[in-house]
Design a protein around this ligand. Structure first.
Ligand SMILES: CC(C)(COP(=O)(O)OP(=O)(O)OC[C@H]1O[C@@H](n2cnc3c(N)ncnc32)[C@H](O)[C@@H]1OP(=O)(O)O)[C@@H](O)C(=O)NCCC(=O)NCCS
Length: 206
């Protein structure tokens, strides 16, 4: 019996549960820092907060942090790793991953996503529904590529950057640590650390 503990009883957490159950996990148990106020997510009960998960993480065959905010997800995941939690790659059966792509533990790959040859993706990333990551892209830890976003070949994305829904990034561009690319943007220049860009072509938001 393989049970996955999920920290984060949100819409994103539900999707992670759905993918886990579709990909070989037998059951999921939810934790959330709004517990006990938050006691249910969809059909699943929430049974504790992140502190209780830190104390009980070793009884699970796997743990996922399903928190959308990149820095918070990475921080909570690193605390759980230090407490001995086991993290795995969670991948929907409909996602297409090159056998020559390398993905870190704690990352989730959602339905219909595609990851091409020699891409390298760090730990605790979200590769959301229908996103595509082309050859030789290099993603650090805690990155989120939103639904339908596309990275052309050899794009680098640093820690905790967020690429918005439907955005496209030109080949060989770099997205800095903590940067945000707005929904629908077309990125043709490098995006610097903590910068937010949006539009076609993408420009820095004031
Ligand atoms: C880019 C983004 C982070 C900016 O959010 P924000 O800092 O709260 O910005 P605001 O909503 O205050 O908008 C500031 C300005 O930028 C414009 N703007 C915001 N997002 C934009 C976008 N995606 N494309 C073009 N312009 C955008 C607004 O129209 C506004 O312009 P104005 O000052 O002329 O009125 C946000 O709009 C966005 O695109 N988030 C991504 C959402 C997403 O991908 N969700 C998927 C989750 S899985």
């Amino acid at each position: 019996m393989k049970t996955l503990a999920i920290l984060g009883a949100s819409g994103h957490g539900k999707v992670v549960a759905d993918i886990a159950l579709a990909s070989g996990w037998d059951s999921v148990e939810f934790y959330d820092d709004n517990w006990p106020n938050c006691s249910q997510v969809s059909r699943w009960p929430v049974i504790g907060d992140s502190h209780s998960l830190l104390l009980s993480c070793n009884k699970y065959q796997g743990v996922m942090v399903a928190i959308g905010h990149n820095e918070t997800r990475l921080k909570k995941a690193r605390q759980l790793e230090e407490a001995g939690a086991l993290f795995w790659l969670i991948q929907h059966p409909s996602a297409v991953l090159s056998p020559f792509a390398v993905l870190g533990k704690g990352t989730v790959v959602m339905p219909g996503a595609m990851i091409n040859v020699d891409a390298k993706i760090g730990r605790h990333c979200i590769i959301n529904t229908g996103a595509t990551i082309d050859h030789d892209c290099l993603l650090a830890d805690g990155v989120h590529i939103s639904p339908g976003a596309h990275l052309a070949g050899t794009v680098t994305v640093d820690d905790c950057a967020w690429i918005g829904i439907g955005a496209c990034v030109h080949q060989q561009r770099s997205i800095g640590k903590g940067a945000v690319v707005g929904a629908g943007a077309a990125v043709i220049d490098d995006v610097h650390e903590n910068e937010t860009v949006a539009g076609v072509p993408a420009k820095r938001l004031k």
